[in-house]
Design a protein around this ligand. Structure first.
Ligand SMILES: *Cc1c(COP(=O)(O)O)cnc(C)c1O
Length: 253
């Protein structure tokens, strides 16, 4: 993991530049910058990078790969950090998520939600959950279809060890900022609908997680309350080694 490229001044400069982008986007949208949380996406970067980020003032970190994340949490157990799972979750991998993370932003099936609720240790606070919604029919196909969202939200709300905090989306890049904002705006409509359905219930969903390094301005313009920023803070990620594939040449594979 490329920890050696990290030092405090370089990270602080990157952080300042991200914070300036958030502030400018909020100003343009007439929003309070305090209404947008910054989640630092530390996937592929080692514990020392997270330490540097913590020293610069960040305390919430997003991770995609469960094993990598748990190893990092153990290496950083001396720090009070809030870990968010932002990667896809297979139903046989829910236990480490339930046991180690504070938040999961990628719940898109009831089965996963039920397992997370059952497996959440009693001594921990409820797992904070965002439902991932597929607002653009995007290529990854992850996320619940907008039509199915209200039913999933109702079912998740009934699970005792989860707390539904809002929605998350990862739309595909669009040709320009206007088109990008229009896609994010669909998530905003769904989020507002969820809040209207829950009016008077506690807690009211308060989190609309959208926007990454390349598109945080469009996301904030559309109402994002949490941007997930990796490369603009930590630099380019190393290209992941190709997945190990079974030996080639097996007929009919
Ligand atoms: C990697 C990742 C990010 C951060 O992406 P950057 O473009 O590096 O800011 C945000 N959200 C999710 C779900 C990711 O997988």
């Amino acid at each position: 993991m490329p920890d050696s490229s990290f030092d405090n001044p370089a990270f602080s400069a990157a952080l300042q530049s991200v914070q300036a982008r958030i502030a400018a986007a909020c100003a343009a949208a007439g929003r309070d910058p305090a209404s947008v949380r910054l989640l630092a996406v530390s996937k592929t970067f080692g514990p020392e990078a997270v330490r540097v980020a913590r020293q610069a003032g960040l305390s919430a970190f997003g991770e995609n790969y469960i094993q990598e994340a748990v190893a990092k949490m153990e290496a950083l157990a001396d720090l009070a950090l809030e870990w968010h799972c932002i990667g896809p979750i297979q139903s046989n991998k829910t236990r480490p998520v339930a046991e180690h993370f504070a938040w999961v932003q990628t719940v898109d099936r009831l089965k996963i939600a039920q397992r997370l609720s059952e497996q959440r240790p009693a001594e921990l606070p409820p797992l904070q959950v965002c439902l991932q919604v597929n607002v653009d029919g995007g290529s990854t196909k992850a996320g619940i279809a907008p039509e199915a969202l209200p039913e999933l939200a109702r079912a998740v709300r009934a699970l005792p060890r989860l707390r539904l905090r809002g929605l998350m989306c990862i739309p595909d890049p669009q040709p320009d900022a206007v088109a990008m904002q229009a896609v994010f705006a669909r998530a905003r409509v769904l989020f507002d609908g969820l809040r209207a359905d829950w009016a008077g219930l506690d807690p009211l969903p308060d989190t609309l997680s959208m926007g990454m390094s390349a598109d945080l301005e469009a996301a904030i313009a559309a109402g994002s309350t949490l941007v997930r920023i990796g490369s603009a803070l930590f630099g380019a990620r190393p290209v992941k080694p190709a997945a190990v594939v079974p030996s080639a040449g097996i007929p009919g594979g």
